[in-house]
Design a binder for this molecule. Sequence first.
Ligand code: SF4
Length: 360
Amino acid sequence: MTTRTNLLDLTPSEAERVLREFAEAHGAGAYRGSQTARHLWTAPVATFEAMTELPAAFRALLAEHFTMPRLELTAQQTSTDGTRKFLFRMHDGQSIETVSIPDDDRVTFCISSQAGCPLACAFCATGAMGFARNLTPSEIAGQVRELALLDPPLRATNIVFMGMGEPLMNWAAVDRVLTILNSPQGFGIGARHITISTVGWLPGIQALAARPEQFRLAISVHAPSDALRATLMPVNIKFPLDDVIAAAADFDRRVTFEYVMLGGVNDQPEHAKMLASLAKRCRAFVNLIPLHPGGSMGFTPTGPSEIGKFARTIRAQGVEVAIRKSRGTDISAACGQLRVERLARGRPATADEDREVEIA
Ligand code: SF4
């Protein structure tokens, strides 16, 4: 039996070309290929069978030669503020999560790019799970597709790569996914509404900068000196802050700094001043992120008035700063938490997952 092609791993234009050639080769007319391609992303359906404007015989042929793999939705939670978290299981038993955050007329999806994460940031639940594997393009873009297949559908206006994993370590897949998200034949989401969040993985920043679209870059800074940052984010040893800031300064589009406020760790006035001077070097906008009110991974949150003071110190240096609204705190705010809770509740887990639960 021939291997079936996963259409969701292709860019929209590749998929349309393959499908048009396939349709012609089977005497169905190339336009049948284009009709099929529409149902991958722009008007997604769950199965070939559901492409009802196509003749039944052609749908059967498609199913013989191609796949459109689904992600299995195994858990979901809805916050009182409308934030929704989804846990998806993939074919090999690995789980990832996706979050949908409504805000006025925007709906932002926070998507995962890896199962687990190898970078072990001290404040992060995903980092504590260890690394399982990179996600494929169809598993990353598939998160957006699955939510569009819900009844009623959930459609993203904005995408942030801030779920599980470091997206720029999985550049080959993320590169493709950016095309799927942005292309009019894909989800048609404007590049300015798509943000890649990175710890500062330099080769990936350069690859992203080489793309012509205006995708946004967010850098997880979290500490304004190498000494402190290395204790919170081991990746700082490989890519020190100076190099990351230089790469951000070379990135000729808008850059945001992400800075999680850890009580007594990185929230002192001198930290605010150092952070402001880093932001000035690359004209970055600073986003201060309050830690989950219950704390996380042994850290305690900085109080709201201290966060306000920290923000004013930054602003006084002429740097734009915002305090991120806490969303979905009643359904576990920190990345990876839904997965940890679900696994810990005793669902049959693989040996790998058992290990991750212990660590988490
Ligand atoms: S914060 Fe991001 S990069 Fe760091 S361990 Fe968590 S998922 Fe990985």
